[in-house]
Design a binder for this molecule. Sequence first.
Ligand code: AMP
Length: 174
Amino acid sequence: MSATDRIRGAIRDVPDFPKPGIVFKDITTILNRPDLFRETMDLLEARWKGSGIDVVAAIESRGFLFGAALADRLGLALVPVRKSGKLPADTHRVEYELEYGTDSLEIHRDAFPSGARVLVVDDLLATGGTAEATARLVELAGGRVAGFAFVVHLAFLGGAKRIGGYDLHFLVEY
Ligand code: AMP
């Protein structure tokens, strides 16, 4: 069995969370197995080591778990992308559409030097709204998106099309 098969096998489906009809892909069942979390990080590290990125931007909140570990392994700066109202210093803010209503994300204006090559990390790509908003934030802050890394890709939701111009990396696809 390959590492990706082991990771896929460990991800827990939780039906009807956070609301009816959604099948939530729970990655806490990777985190609570040190061997699997290490294998997950090994795959992310192998893909992005030596790829010329300068900064890892991690999306709140499950993106922090993988993004922080990856930044540490690569010896790179870590930048949190957070829900509005959480970051204390001056920010850029981007609103994006949800199924019902809108949400917004922020990044510190001085998060990285202008021209920095930024890898965006999150646990899962669904419709791509969150990832697309994060790409806009990185660019507003003067960075260049070097790629996206996700543990899980829900391919049937079309998110990869929305961020299709970028280098995309997934460990497990559904
Ligand atoms: P989206 O903006 O639609 O691509 O949604 C991506 C964000 O929502 C990520 O930060 C995910 O953690 C979360 N998310 C969306 N759908 C799911 C799902 N089925 N299971 C777990 N997390 C999800």
